[in-house]
Design a protein around this ligand. Structure first.
Ligand code: SF4
Ligand code: FES
Length: 193
């Protein structure tokens, strides 16, 4: 069931895939149907009820199962989403996409510490996965560790593997990749006459 309504799904489907099949909206950021889910952003949370218990799960990775009732807009779900958006506002405060999404949930300030007011990237890794799994070139990667982690090219040099397809820019949910593409692909060479 989704929101108390019966649904049918293939055994291999996730809750998110099933909801989409029925046109039920669940917000997502790091998910794209063309690549492996990573469960990075946690915005796609829903409440899964079974018998006497319920828990909050991420719908993009949670498998469907007979007997589950999924609530996509319960108070518990909305609270977790607001909390996730507060974290994202602090993580990538310069992203107007994130600010707009947060505002939809009434989140306009964050209790978390802003480390870099210019940051747009939430490090969801979707651009890296698309570059590797769809384009098949791995021009970009996650560089560094912990708080120093960022998305870039190996050794910070323009990538020879980059085919300048712009897929990373298209899938980026925060607008961050747009400003980084030139550094990744380097200068486009003028055609030889
Ligand atoms: S550049 Fe965009 S897609 Fe890539 S990790 Fe950052 S937010 Fe995600
Ligand atoms: S969309 Fe499911 S964790 Fe990001």
């Amino acid at each position: 069931m989704i929101n108390d309504q019966p649904v049918e799904a293939e055994e291999s489907w996730t809750v998110l895939e099933t909801a989409r099949e029925y046109g039920i909206h669940i917000p997502t950021l790091c998910y794209h149907e063309s690549v492996e889910a990573s469960g990075g952003c946690r915005l796609c949370v829903v409440e899964a009820k079974e018998g006497n218990w319920s828990k909050v799960v991420i719908s993009c990775m949670y498998p469907v199962k007979e007997g589950l009732n999924i609530l996509t807009e319960s108070d518990r779900v909305k609270n977790v989403r607001r909390w996730v958006l507060e974290m994202l506002l602090a993580e990538c405060p310069a992203s107007k996409e994130i600010r707009a999404l947060a505002a939809e949930y009434g989140v306009i300030t964050s209790r978390f510490t802003v480390k870099n007011p210019e940051e747009q990237c939430m490090l969801c890794g979707l651009c890296v996965r698309v570059c590797r799994e769809v384009v098949g070139v791995s021009a970009i990667t996650t560089v560094g560790r912990g708080v120093y982690k960022f998305i870039g090219t190996p050794f910070g040099k323009a990538s020879e593997a980059c085919v300048a397809c712009g897929s990373c820019v298209t899938v980026c949910p925060t607008g961050a990749m747009k400003a980084r593409l030139d550094a990744v692909r380097g200068l486009i060479k003028a055609p030889q006459s």
